[in-house]
Design a protein around this ligand. Structure first.
Ligand code: PGA
Length: 249
């Protein structure tokens, strides 16, 4: 399976920054990429990014969306707008959306269903807190997030799905999970998907790791069993570092 490497800029980057970043990335990577590369700039930079990305193998993702396509939802972004701006992917259920903006498993589930219906591939984020891990709750938390997030979806609907495992304690902290923690957790998620759904189909679901990935640890993480790619935050803002991460795949 080709690895998938995603740059999640969060609330960083102007249109000008996006234009410069893409040019810089193109300069540093060959046209034949070892991995599928996706960038998720802020909404306001998506359209300009799309115009330049047309000449490149890179793809676009939104960082969030609403579960409805149109309507009286002031300040929200429709999945149709993401599609118009050239997105093939959308990040859903990021822990910052859950903890800062109060997103629930139920709301995330509605978003995943809408995204699937409209042919946007969800990058569905799950992860446990440090305390949940210490208390031995990790498996329960992750299973619960998956069950609720994917409620009502049939395995055939979700074989395209991307799951991003991002331990909350590792996001933006410099505390990357150790290779053995990553291997154990990704194996756990894969087994759960195989048990909960149909095993061959569940094997097609890409499981990414995220949380303090950088140009120095990416190579090791990408070699771990059941790691199908990376969701990179802070280190993706620098095109030079992100190019190194992509090259390590
Ligand atoms: P980080 O963020 O790489 O800065 O830890 C990852 C993410 O939140 O997607």
């Amino acid at each position: 399976m080709q690895k998938l490497i995603i740059a999640n800029w969060k609330m960083n980057g102007t249109v000008q920054d996006a234009i410069k970043w893409i040019a810089e990335l193109q300069k540093r990577l060959d046209s034949i990429l070892p991995s599928e590369v996706v960038v998720a700039p802020p909404f306001t930079a998506l359209y300009s990014a799309q115009v330049i990305l047309q000449e490149t193998p890179f793809k676009l993702a939104g960082q969030n969306m609403h579960w409805e396509s149109t309507g009286a939802f002031t300040g929200e972004v429709s999945p149709l707008f993401l599609k118009e701006a050239g997105c093939q992917y959308v990040i859903l259920g990021h822990s910052e959306r859950r903890s800062i903006f109060g997103e629930t498993d139920e709301g995330i589930n509605k978003k995943i269903i809408t995204a699937m219906t409209l042919d946007l591939i969800p990058i569905f984020c799950i992860g446990e807190t440090e305390m949940e891990r210490q208390e031995g709750q990790m498996g329960f938390i992750l299973e619960n997030q998956i069950r609720k997030g994917l409620k009502g979806l049939h395995i055939h609907d979700i074989s395209d799905l991307v799951i991003a495992y991002e331990p909350i304690w590792a996001i933006g902290t410099g505390l990357t999970a150790t290779p053995s923690q990553i291997e154990e957790t990704h194996g756990y998620i894969r087994n759960f998907l195989e048990k909960f759904y149909d095993a061959p189909m569940a094997r097609k679901i890409r499981i990414l790791y995220g949380g303090s990935v950088n140009e120095n640890n990416a190579g090791v993480i990408l070699k771990i069993k059941n790691v199908d790619g990376l969701l990179v935050g802070g280190a993706s803002l620098d095109a030079q570092k992100f190019a190194k991460i992509v090259k390590s795949g």
